[in-house]
Each structure stands twice: as C-alpha cells, then as structure tokens.
Design a binder for this molecule. Structure first.
Ligand code: AMP
Length: 301
C-alpha cells in the first residue's frame, strides 16, 4: 500500500478527527523529513501499534465504539519556529518523493506534508507553548527558543491529529523529555513512546544532518558516539565521577577538531546535572564537526 500525501492541514484535521470518532486507533510520527532508518524504525512501530489488538499503556478505551482498522500517520514539516536565525532552516535537506516511498514501505497510511509554513502558522500567530524546566540547559541553552518552537508545533500536530500514541526517538533525548512533560502537564492523554537510537554500522547516530558531512567530517563525526561508548565503558568499570567522564568525552571530541557545544551527565528525565553517575544517568553531548552541529546521547550503566 502506498502512503497517501495530504498537503492541507485542515483536510488532515478533518480526516484524522473523523477517523478518531470512528474508533480507529491513530499512531503518529512527527518528522522534519529527509527520512532515514531512525525515522523508519518509528514508523514501523507506529504501524504495529496502530494494528495492535489493545491500546498502548494508559489509554482510556473509547467505550461502546466499534474498532475499525488503525492508522499509522506521519508528518513531514521543517518547522521554522524551532530554528534560530543563524541556523540551517533554509538549507535543511528535503526529498519529499523519496520520503513518501520510504513511508509507504514502512506501512504509513497518511502523510501530512504542508507546502508552506503559512499553512501551519496562520497570520498573526501569537500563541506559544513553553515547557519550562526540562527546556533549560543543554540544547535549550545553546539554541534559545528551540524547544518553544518544538513544543508549539508538536501541540499543533497533536491537536490536528488527535493521536492515541505518538512516537519519538531517544536520539533527541531532551526533546523527548520536553514532549513527555508537555503531554503530562497539558492533559493530552497521548501515549508517548520513546524509541532506541538507530546508528550506522560504525556507531554514528543516524541524522538527516549527516548529509551535510564531507568524507573527512564523516570520519571525525564518529568521535561523538565513540566518546559516549568510552564513557559508558568507564562507568561500567566503576568510574562514577561525572566530571571525569565529561573530561574524557570532551578530550575525545577536541582530539578530532570538533567544537564542543556541551557534554554533560544528567538525570535521565529531570535533566539536572549530576556529580556522580548513577545507574540510568545519561551522558548527552552536542558538537560541531565543521559547520554541522550533531547531537548524541547514551545511558550510563
Ligand atoms: P527529525 O526529523 O530530526 O525531527 O526527527 C523526527 C523523529 O525521529 C524524532 O522523534 C527523532 O528523535 C527521531 N529520530 C531521528 N534520528 C533518529 C535515530 N537515529 N534513531 C531514532 N530516532 C531518531
């Protein structure tokens, strides 16, 4: 089956709301497109959850409604409000035709891909969603306004779609915490599913932005995942001092000429910095390789 492309957010809303009323289970994967194996793992899981005989955790059953077939839904929208003025909005990679073929292969039913940002943000848009605590620090500090843009567009996509379940990648760990807080605090009643990071064979986390890397930068970019894996091994061997783990990872990044944005060991959900790495603590890092900013993270054992 091929995925059906819908351009108009209003038509998307009409169709999703009507499907919801009919009792169909809706599983949503929001993306910015230029799809890779990381996105596709979310989409295949969305297909599975849409078809699952029982709703995912925590979903109230819609009593008395007949269950029609579930729908796996994806959105492709390069959201301008989550980019800073000096960031890569204008050159963000795009390939709608290729993306649609990949969505089809992953079992997606409908794809919302607005043609213009103005279809999503109407004239005079003035309402913003701010998730305060977990948006601070890390990418929130380095990219002011980024998570406000993310929380706002995700809120809009949730309202346009009314999904039962929405899937996000652990790759954007802070974003996942922002969305979990958003859903909890604003009573969206959506089951948020976090999916493991999909990596290249050598360890580099899959990212649409990897397309920016030259051959040499691609080799140097390996330092991000290697720094995380080394920190993980050291923690497994008993090193609990977060500062020592951060220093080691920073050295590994600097050694390949990467410009470090941050390296931190944090509480996995609160994202507050910790002095000692406990089980479940997470190392998060961001660094520029050439002009390309990459992020990655890993749980410490
Ligand atoms: P993006 O298109 O970069 O906004 O990503 C859309 C969704 O795919 C987000 O929930 C990301 O966390 C997720 N994602 C991106 N890269 C990966 C990856 N390598 N592994 C797992 N999920 C990913």
């Amino acid at each position: 089956m091929s995925a059906e492309l819908i351009r108009d957010p209003r038509e998307w809303q009409r169709r999703c709301w009507s499907a919801r009323v009919q009792g169909r289970r809706l599983a949503l994967v929001p993306t910015m497109g230029f799809l890779h194996e990381g996105h596709l793992s979310l989409m295949r899981e969305a297909r599975r959850l849409a078809d699952a005989p029982v709703l995912a955790r925590g979903q109230p059953e819609e009593a008395g409604q007949e269950r029609a077939g579930g729908l796996a839904l994806a959105t492709i929208f390069v959201n301008p409000t989550q980019f800073g003025p000096a960031e890569d909005l204008a050159r963000y990679p795009r390939d709608l035709e290729g993306d649609l073929a990949k969505c089809s292969a992953a079992g997606i039913d409908w794809v919302l891909a607005p043609e213009r940002a103005g279809q999503v943000y109407g004239d005079g848009h003035e309402t913003w969603v701010e998730v305060e605590r977990v948006s601070r620090g890390l990418c929130g500090e380095k990219r002011p306004g980024h998570f406000r843009g993310v929380a706002t567009v995700v809120t809009k996509l949730f309202n346009l779609t009314l999904p039962h379940v929405a899937l996000f990648g652990d790759k954007d760990w802070q974003q996942l915490q922002v969305i979990r807080a958003l859903v909890r605090d604003l009573d969206f009643g959506i089951d948020v599913v976090g999916m493991p990071i999909v990596r290249e064979h050598d360890g580099l986390a899959r990212s649409s932005r990897n397309a920016y890397l030259s051959g040499d930068e691609r080799r140097r970019a390996l330092a991000l995942s290697r720094a995380l894996f080394e920190a993980r091994d050291r923690a497994a061997a008993g090193e609990r001092d977060a500062a020592a783990l951060v220093a080691g990872a920073t050295r590994a990044l600097v050694a390949v000429g990467a410009r470090v944005d941050y390296v931190e060991v944090v509480h996995p959900t609160k994202l507050a910095r910790v002095a000692r790495a406990e089980t479940g603590s997470r190392m998060l890092l961001a660094a520029f390789v050439g002009a390309t900013r990459l992020i990655d993270n890993a749980a410490l054992p």
